[in-house]
Design a protein around this ligand. Sequence first.
Ligand code: BES
Ligand code: ZN
Length: 617
Amino acid sequence: MKKQTLLYALIVLTMSCETDKKTEDTASKYVEESHSYAKPNESVIKHLDLNIDVNFTTKTIDGTATYTIDTNNASEIILDSKFLEIESVEADGKATNFNLGDFDEQLGQALHISIENDTKQISVHYKTTDKTEALQWLNPQQTADKTHPFLFTQGQAILTRSWIPIQDSPQIRITYDATVKVPKELMAVMSAENPKEKTVDGIYTFKMKQPISPYLMALAVGDIAYKAVSNRTGVYAEKSMVDKAQAEFSDMEKMVVAAENLYGDYDWDQFDVIVLPPSFPFGGMENPRLTFATPTVIAGDKSLTSLIAHELAHSWSGNLVTNATWNDFWLNEGFTVYFEIRIMEALYGKDRANMIALIGRQDLEEEVEGFKDEPEMTKLKLDLTDKNPDDGMNSIAYDKGYLFLRTLEEKVGRDKFDAFLKNYFKTNAFSTVTTEGFIDYLNSNLLEPNGIDFNVDEWVYQAGVPNNQAIIVSDKFENAKNTLQSFIDNKTVDASKTSNWTTQEWVHFIRNFPETITTEDLKRLDDAFDLTNSSNSHIAMVWYEQAINHDYHGNDVDQRIEDFLIRVGRRWYVSTLYKAFKRNDKVDDALAIYNKARANYHSVTANTIDDLLGYNQ
Ligand code: BES
Ligand code: ZN
């Protein structure tokens, strides 16, 4: 009897310890966040089984999302949902009550699902609608090969909820399995283990075994093929692009090796890139195992491949160690630009790295100037409550973030800084970090042990750029500026001066035209270097910006600008050009083009340009 009581007491004791531990684990594990309705401290998703049909005729995806969940004795679990039709919901296989909350323009709706305190699994049967923002359905004319339609998704920042009902916060991490049915002539790929060939029945299965944040869920469907670059890197693209892509990205394996040498093993096994049709709204998107990229990065001479280094770097900064909220976005992008430039330095040397850094610094100066009436937007740590997280996704996070880390590196020395970063990625792997968490880690692992005083708070919490910023110099850029000055003075350019120029030197040369440059001078440069017809998208973009700024209309440049804006949907490029029209009081010209171009843009680009030009649908 005594023995039994003891045993019973022991059981109760261990049980209560376990409950305590459980509350400790889950309680306050997730920080408050304004861009998701989910309450993960109460109930949280852990694994997703996605089973969907992709229908190009109705332009919808429909199917079932089944989640394994963890709950803390909650009576409901809340998912985010936007523009989805929710058909029915089950908890452990039995129909359960659900309801959708009020619709918010940014956040969509909260999907409340009733559960029992021992519910292990919920299934949501749903369908996307024609408003679904993450998806872009392309007709054959909008692809490179022009014979088959194409679909791709874009999840970051808060769009995944518009194609999958999900707890759409970067703090959530899930593994997933997916079964995706597509028309037989097409192939499906995801941010997961991918097929290398088409299947006969159009059914594809996927597995992502490492836990990822929902904004990294991604799917592309099209008539695509695969070519390997090394045994763990390769490219997917439409047939007419795949060889070009393979050649352009032939240094991918070297990039992975350089990255691993810097900050530790690549944890995702495979690193592939899919080259999408030109309406893809970003340069690149770091979907795990499968970066999505714009075809405008293919210049024919590998000159724009720092974009691949950038997306690869996100495999550490972003995908492995993730910003906890979108207010901490600089932790994803600032670190990634720093890492990108280190990879570029390792492969191609300091000259190339410093040119990329200086282009970023000029972007930063322009961004700070652009925010002169909203200086709080130039802080690294933002407050995006009640705002679209997109509002914080500008050069500040990227280029001020970069400059902060580079300045820190120069202050503490590269060896110490690299060791610190390597540890940071290792310690925080597969979890999220807040700005405050990073600063604590920085203080206790780098600054205090080395007795270093650094104005971290000023960099992170104050507007503008502190005056201890690292000085970046480039002889090549000095030369390009001298060449520009001598052209302004003498009206000719000695061809031997520019024959070896890289894309970065051209970009620097063009962006630094004096305000007083004449249209005659622009015509001379255009005739000498055929800038209007440049096949390099970055050179073309900065040249078009100058044409708009300086009222230059030679060599049919207006038509080329229109063609570019209709064909390309990359938000950074097109918004630079529409902004130039606006700045120069040419909104009508911009709208005339935008009316023709808008249908080709993904919703994230269209939303930005709608706001910029005051366009009403
Ligand atoms: N993760 C970003 C793209 C992004 C940012 C999508 C915010 C949605 C919201 C990606 O890594 C990126 O930074 N792309 C840049 C590439 C460049 C900095 C090399 C781009 O698209 O231009
Ligand atoms: Zn990035």
